[in-house]
Design a protein around this ligand. Sequence first.
Ligand SMILES: [Zn+2]
Ligand SMILES: [Zn+2]
Length: 272
Amino acid sequence: MTKLPGEGGAPLFPFLLTSLYSGSSGNAWLLRCGPRAFLIDAGKSARTLTRALAACGMEPEELDGVFVTHDHGDHVSALPVFSARVPCPIYATEETAATLTASGVFRDRIVLLPAGESVRVGEVTVTSYPTPHDAPGSVCYRFSSDEDACGVATDVGCVTDGVLACLLGCRVVGVESNHDEERLRSGPYPYPLKRRILSPEGHLSNAACAALLRRLAEAGAEEVILAHLSRENNTPALALAAAREALADFPLVSVRAAAPDTPVEAAPLCRR
Ligand SMILES: [Zn+2]
Ligand SMILES: [Zn+2]
């Protein structure tokens, strides 16, 4: 159960979520909890990923698990090389694992974690949930300890029961705020691509993300990172404005926008 301020104080080992880089050029998250460290997705190159970890004071060897959401290149392109450098398991669904092995990741490095199932890593339980996205076996992840919870969900075309179950009640949240719908509709993307992004298996708009955030704030979310922002169809200012407007009744919720090339750390409002 998440401890909220005033209900027994802040967690002793809070989840510290960092977006290492985010967007269609590549995605990776670092999540730390006490002595544990997890990677969620591994886009870009192994070299770029290793450098981003180093900027956060981490070596790849210190990771306790790599959790892969789906097989799109912006989430897995570092893995064929990176997986050979890290001793920890690579967790993925069967569908994602098939693509990873075809791309050169050794099968014995992958631990299957089907949607809806959990794995315990030390004091942290990690549960995967199915996501509505145009990649077979696509999932999001919730990390829980006795005193804290963090959920990360990107590449979701809409907010399904699975996405809600992943994020609801989490104190720390990383969630997609991909595009401003008006910008996307009037922008330069070809029509089939616009239709793909706007579909229920595409990407989450600022407005849909903002509506979701209100529900998450009511359920105790305190630290939010908006992620997978489109370079062409969004700006950090637009995404943040939509989120903050929806969270007008929750002035103590910290909201930050992930960046395409630099780490952004979730943090309580008082530390900003
Ligand atoms: Zn993506
Ligand atoms: Zn994707």
